[in-house]
Design a protein around this ligand. Structure first.
Ligand SMILES: NC(=O)c1ccc[n+]([C@@H]2O[C@H](COP(=O)([O-])OP(=O)(O)OC[C@H]3O[C@@H](n4cnc5c(N)ncnc54)[C@H](OP(=O)(O)O)[C@@H]3O)[C@@H](O)[C@H]2O)c1
Length: 90
């Protein structure tokens, strides 16, 4: 059994390239990816594909990680809420 099974894995740059590929790999190990990037529509699409392929509910949070207020607050541990697969600070 994978050591990742059931764990949450935060992946920045998840809407394309290395981050997108890693998101699918994480789900293949039965872990729950938290997809981070700015392009919400891409994150929605990736989240759906992961669910179809691996029956894993991938969460996503559309945020610009250069935004000190929003991303800084998240990293500092302030709560974001998730409804269905979508997470938000608003
Ligand atoms: N590809 C390679 O072979 C390779 C090799 C060595 C190193 N690298 C490095 O690895 C990194 C990723 O490469 P990649 O090929 O996967 O690049 P990529 O396909 O351009 O992906 C970049 C990711 O970062 C996200 N992103 C960019 N700016 C952001 C911001 N301000 N806030 C939140 N998300 C942001 C983009 O999504 P949004 O635009 O939706 O926000 C996208 O998901 C790069 O730094 C690259 O130099 C790549």
């Amino acid at each position: 059994m994978s050591k990742l099974k059931g764990k949450f894995v935060l992946i920045t740059g998840a809407s394309s390239g290395i981050g997108k590929s890693l998101s699918f790999q994480v789900a293949a190990h039965q872990a729950i990816p938290i997809l981070i990037a700015r392009s919400e529509e891409k994150l929605v699409s990736i989240s759906k594909k992961i669910e179809q392929e691996y029956q894993i509910k991938a969460l996503y949070y559309a945020v610009d990680i250069t935004d000190q207020e929003r991303w800084g607050s998240y990293i500092a541990g302030n709560t974001i809420s998730c409804s269905s697969n979508r997470c938000s600070d608003q």
